[in-house]
Design a protein around this ligand. Sequence first.
Ligand SMILES: *[C@@H]1O[C@H](CO)[C@@H](O)[C@H](O)[C@H]1NC(C)=O
Ligand SMILES: *[C@@H]1O[C@H](CO)[C@@H](O)[C@H](O)[C@H]1NC(C)=O
Length: 273
Amino acid sequence: MSISCVPKYAAILALSALGVGAVDTFIDAVYEHAVKLPNRTETPVPREEALLLMHKNIDVLEKAVKLAARQGAHIVVTPEDGIYGWVFTRETLYPYLEAIPEPGVNWIPCTEPQRFGYTPEQERLSCLAKDNSIYVVANIGDKKPCNASDPQCPPDGRYQYNTDVVFDSEGRLVARYHKYNLFAPEIQFDFPKDSEFVTFDTPFGKFGIFTCFDIFSRDPAVMLVEEFQLTAFSTPRPGTTRSPSSRLSPSTPRGPEPESTCLLQIPTTLACT
Ligand SMILES: *[C@@H]1O[C@H](CO)[C@@H](O)[C@H](O)[C@H]1NC(C)=O
Ligand SMILES: *[C@@H]1O[C@H](CO)[C@@H](O)[C@H](O)[C@H]1NC(C)=O
């Protein structure tokens, strides 16, 4: 198995076949691109401008998803912050957020786009999955209103979560994960109250999901891989892509770049993307 760092700002589509214990082999695709970043600003941009930028990034992802699907991939994993970047304050991130419902609602945004308000990013990602019959893992921002009945509610009356979403090959939202271990500069987001073990079933196996810096914590990354014995997908920060079949032991020394080390416990595998 090779482990290779890829240059930042390269567009990369890596395909690999993973055999997951008793489960059938599946092909996953990991995509990385030079994210189109918003301009630095102290003032939130209008929602329309935020949508424009996110659609440009999804346009890039769309080409990769199509290519992955054509090459027989079952699932494609796209990067953390891959749709709007990371140059934000709490306020300037707000126009980029969408309310993401709990997956138990059984929702295909592509066919029911208005069911949970105005959610154009979820609609596009769902259609990408559906139209190409492929699972799509993406990272977007969730917003959840709160009020004084919750003593931890931020003064602006909302929680903002760094969120992974998974759409199945019919476009259905099947997983939502709020990143638990935020990296220090992620001031634009709130820490979720509890860590969640988010998993999803597919015809090619059961998976767990977590995000980038989560990989250094027991909760939920190590728990998912070691105790739940799952294959887990980690959405990475752009520039930290690794071969999805990288195989490192948990005791591998940590390098100076935390996001670029990945963790794996055989026989389970971790697609550290
Ligand atoms: C950034 O600012 C420039 C100059 O004002 C503008 O042309 C461009 O569209 C802006 N980019 C984004 C992503 O908003
Ligand atoms: C805010 O508080 C009211 C009760 O005063 C409650 O009914 C409502 O559900 C709360 N909203 C949120 C988003 O927590």
